[in-house]
Design a protein around this ligand. Sequence first.
Ligand code: NAD
Ligand code: UDP
Length: 334
Amino acid sequence: MILVTGGAGYIGSHACIELLNAGEDVVVLDNFCNSNPASLDRVQEICGKPLVVVEGDIREQAAVEKLIIEHGCTAVLHFAGLKSVQDSVARPLEYYDYNVIGSHRLLRAMENTGVKKLIFSSSATVYGKPQFLPYTEDHPLNAINPYGRTKLTIEDMLRDQYVGDPTWSIGILRYFNPVGAHESGLIGEDPRGVPNNLVPFVAQVAIGRRDRLNVWGNDYDTPDGTGVRDYIHVMDLAAGHVSALKLLDTPRCFAVNLGTGAGSSVLEVVRAFEAASGKHIPYDVKPRRPGDIDAYYAATDYALRLMGWKATRTIEMMCSDHWRWQSSNPNGYG
Ligand code: NAD
Ligand code: UDP
């Protein structure tokens, strides 16, 4: 039985599909602070298999221990946490509480119940300002905002835990920019309030929930002047978790990038989304967003060497799958 924390969320729900399809049994622990339990009904509909859903908080250590014992969990995929850079600047204590303290309590619960296999959702944001590109896994780590620092703190805690007890097996997955949705269009990203991220915002312009996109800067040192990111299809990302889980039978601690290795600019994404949706996306160029980096993308050879995994879906597929979800669920799960 695999414990999936935050399994009702955007990435966790897609990972549940891959886990169920790989024949794993799944128990999701989620407090639904940023998700809707309907996502998990739809996961079960897609897979034709049940999973166990427990409403609860990773910071409730005793309850987590009870859950692990009751369900006989042998490994944990840990997605639960808060994820907005902007929000983390405004509410840093909340981010340290949910992310750092939450992960610490979860690790304690695992230690007390003898579960030593963990996959952790980290982020490319731990690399900070690029000293070279693509980011290889040994690029210096230098998070530049509170959200990134919580991820880096958790990574450090995990590396320390492995040194203290090398019978643990820990996979740290550094995600680049997840977009898209399961090809059924039944599940996808459902941001609360105004989306901060590019693709969910563009999708809401396409569906008519927002008037125009603001392009944050067109004077970056990139081919068309707009920011470049490594967008990765959420189903490729989900598959990466199943590949990583297979490695946990041997004690180890590794950190690996999950990206495609290729960057797309804001305007390239807008054009790909227009082609996928058949909708015009009007936009205005606005000043740079504070803290934004010109461009970054992943080195992908270590993921291939280590896990035999690589992303296969194109930016066109990301946009058309994202659009299928958005157009068949104009208001998300609500
Ligand atoms: P999400 O907000 O959709 O999912 C997170 C889930 O965790 C939600 O269902 C939320 O209700 C749950 N949760 C939060 N705090 C909890 C707690 N204390 N106890 C129990 N459940 C809790 O986010 P996502 O996009 O699916 O991201 C999943 C993970 O991946 C996060 O850790 C995030 O930081 C990381 N990540 C995301 C991105 C991205 O762009 N989406 C990029 C890099 C890393
Ligand atoms: N971006 C934009 N308008 C938006 C949201 C994002 O121009 O409404 C740009 C942003 O400046 C960056 C890229 O799109 O260059 C990706 O931003 P996102 O927030 O999705 O990811 P992150 O910057 O966290 O990698």
